[in-house]
Ligand binder design. Structure first.
Ligand code: LLP
Length: 464
């Protein structure tokens, strides 16, 4: 069916209400997607995804970083294949993510393996595809077996003990691994305490005084080449300030190491670049770059390769979650909109008190939202909580919001749901996971990229 004419302002790139008040994701009607694929449903715009990646790449082009997509944000194979095709590397944090990255078709040399608790079997799989966790003979996207894929480009290493484990296993399989030491710079990213990672009290990274001795200890090691530094401060980060502070700390360390005969070749500045959820706008990619590029340029001039690990900034705005209203229930003090998505579908509101803009997907024209703000300037709204079916009072998507009237059967859209939505979804209370759909745009239609889970899947493996 032909795309409906749009309002002039989209609320997000490729995500718009038309003149009749109906939500479209890059030209495809949200209501049609919901009736075809059911709810809860995650929908991604392929064009938004590609544009976000291209925009970040363009902003940082003067320092030509290796952009490794942090696939923990959303690791669906179709999503990561889009990014691999656009030239992204991958940042993985588990054996499962490692296998996904390999199946995306990205060369293993463009994979960085991070994570504070890498097990022996995960490290072996990252060193040598003969130890692939999905089977050494499993064919990758290029048709070749996992056994031939080789070693990841870089390990982001979190402790001396991990250096020793990687070196020991690399010797066992007869390769030389490359790694960056993850430094804990004790810099405050000013984000939620659960997602702050660069402070001294956090479990992540190596304290600065321990970094130089580790480089000395592993100098010339035949199986582990420590070649750079890694830092990740937290997520989401609203301004470039914390990055600038951390790069300052790391530049000093890089100079000291060089003066003592350890020239480094890689600086990985991690991810965390904030995006606008509708409540106060963090800096844009261009604004981040305008502060960081001048700090990184001199390091590049001295021969260092910059690596970045963006996740949220690429996928967040590209994704919408659709949910169906089951009941509208009047409580003693407020109205509850009970829908089929909840904390098991999108845990961010419950876990981090995160704000997501929620709005009905079909409204009267005068109720089409102008932006993603909490207070929409229009008459005829009433206060409510948007909650899910889970048996916990922490199960909500939005609290104390003014929404147009909705009834059972109506569709609600949760915006900015691409990042840490499906990837953190659970099957709590035995709800199967949602389906995921990719909208191609430009007349390319939509395709299911992960079918909805089933109750049978949840139970079958336990039946002896
Ligand atoms: N690199 C490392 C080492 C990380 O730990 C992370 C995220 C990233 C890169 C990517 O960060 P991004 O660019 O996506 O902000 N579940 C939380 C976010 C947790 C982030 C964990 N690490 C949320 O929903 O807000």
């Amino acid at each position: 069916m032909p795309p409906t004419p749009y309002r002039s302002e989209a609320i997000l790139p490729f995500i718009e209400y038309d003149t009749a008040g109906r939500l479209h994701i890059d030209g495809t009607s949200a209501a049609e997607l919901a009736s075809e694929y059911g709810t809860p449903l995650y929908i991604y715009s392929a064009r938004a995804l590609r544009e976000n990646f291209a925009r970040l790449r363009a902003a940082f082009a003067p320092v030509d970083p290796l952009l490794c997509y942090a696939l923990k944000a959303c690791g669906n194979l179709s999503v990561i294949r889009e990014l691999a095709d656009a030239g992204a590397g991958m940042d993985v944090v588990s054996g499962g993510e490692l296998e996904r990255a390999w199946l995306s078709g990205v060369p293993m040399s463009k994979v960085v393996f991070a994570g504070v608790g890498k097990s022996e079997r995960e490290i072996l799989a990252a060193l040598d595809g003969r130890f692939s966790l999905i089977g050494a003979d499993r064919a990758g996207r290029d048709g070749g077996p996992a056994s031939e894929r080789g070693c990841v480009g870089l390990f982001n290493i979190e402790s001396q003990e991990e250096c020793e484990r990687i070196a020991m296993l690399a010797e066992r399989v007869g390769v030389q691994a490359k790694g960056c030491l993850r430094v804990n710079p004790d810099v405050d990213a000013h984000t939620h305490k659960y997602t702050t990672t660069g402070k001294s009290e956090n479990k992540f990274g190596i304290d600065i005084p321990h970094v130089a001795p580790l480089f000395r200890g592993f100098a010339g090691h035949p199986h582990l080449h420590l070649t750079g530094l890694h830092v990740h401060l937290g997520s989401p980060i609203a301004t470039a300030g914390p990055y600038a502070e951390a790069i300052g700390v790391l530049s000093t360390l890089i100079d000291q190491l060089r003066d003592h005969g350890t020239p480094l070749t890689v600086l990985n500045i991690g991810g965390g670049y904030g995006v606008d959820y509708g409540k106060g706008a963090p800096q844009t990619p261009e604004e981040f770059a305008s502060v960081l590029v001048p700090l990184l340029g001199p390091l590049v001039d001295r021969g260092m390769r910059i690596v970045m690990e963006p996740g949220r900034s690429i996928i967040c705005h590209a994704g919408v979650l659709l949910s169906r209203v089951e009941y509208v229930k009047q409580g003693r003090t407020k109205r509850f909109i009970v829908c089929d998505a909840g904390m098991h579908t999108l845990i961010r509101p419950s876990l981090y008190q995160a704000y997501h803009f929620v709005w009905p997907a079909n409204v009267r024209a005068e109720h089409a939202p102008r932006n993603m703000g909490e207070n929409q300037p229009m008459p005829g709204l009433s206060a409510c909580d948007v909650v899910g079916p889970i048996c916990e009072s922490s199960d909500f998507l939005a609290q104390n919001r003014a929404l147009p009237d909705v009834a059972a059967g109506d569709l609600l859209a949760v915006f900015c749901a691409g990042a840490y939505g499906m990837s953190m979804a659970s099957t709590y209370n035995d709800h199967p996971k949602p389906a995921e759909v990719m909208v191609e745009g430009g007349g390319g239609g939509a395709r299911e990229i992960r079918p909805r889970g089933t109750e049978w899947d949840l139970i079958a493996t336990e039946l002896m």
